[in-house]
Design a protein around this ligand. Structure first.
Ligand code: FES
Length: 199
């Protein structure tokens, strides 16, 4: 006699296995963090490079106020001639009777009016409150607190020598040498001399 177990074929259905799908193309959490970190570093590097380029580039172009103006020797007045006014640069190139050169900021040190050269009286006169300055920019009279300010000037000579104005704006000696170029940096200004000081 056959038992029930032997006589019947039982169908046992197994529960379906749980499928785990692994997408090998998807980044893991760690990889994702690496991407974020790499992107941040690239951004920082880009910003630092852009900043360096910004500071390395000149802020002002040549020939505009704030930048450098260049003249050849033939443009410079002879010693004792009226100073050369350059309105776009707001300065005067003064060639003194003793042969030295100085570039004077053409703005009164009192309240900022524009002194004019008065050739018969050999001085700059300020139209606003009467300050007066010598050809070398030193103060003569009036409420101005000091002489006219100076711009950094570099003079190149045809013999290859170069003279640069010092830290206090002392006029540059020419000493009979032929000037090939004079460069005036209107972004580099030094205060004019105090009352009674001659440079
Ligand atoms: Fe020149 Fe006052 S602004 S004297």
């Amino acid at each position: 006699m056959a038992t029930a177990a032997q006589g019947t074929s039982a169908v046992v259905e197994k529960a379906p296995k749980k499928q785990v799908v692994v997408d090998v193309a998807a980044p893991s959490r760690r990889e994702f963090l690496y991407y974020i970190w790499g992107g941040s570093m690239a951004l920082l590097l880009g910003q630092a490079t852009a900043g360096l380029i910004w500071f390395a580039l000149p802020r002002f172009r040549e020939g505009e106020f704030g930048g450098t103006f260049r003249f050849s020797g033939g443009d410079i007045p002879a010693a004792g001639e009226p100073p050369l006014a350059i309105p776009e640069g707001r300065f005067h190139i003064a060639h003194l009777e003793d042969g030295r050169l100085v570039t004077l900021y053409g703005v009164c040190t009192h309240l900022g009016c524009l002194p004019k050269w008065d050739d018969p009286n050999v001085r700059f006169n300020c139209p606003c409150h009467g300050s007066q300055y010598n050809r070398d920019g030193t103060w003569i009279t009036g409420p101005a607190p000091r002489g006219l300010d100076r711009f950094r000037t570099t003079v190149s000579f045809t013999n290859g020598e170069v003279e640069q104005q010092d830290e206090v704006g002392t006029p540059i000696p020419v000493n009979g040498r032929e000037i090939s170029e004079i460069a005036i940096d209107t972004g580099d200004r030094v205060n004019g001399p105090a009352h009674g000081v001659t440079l």
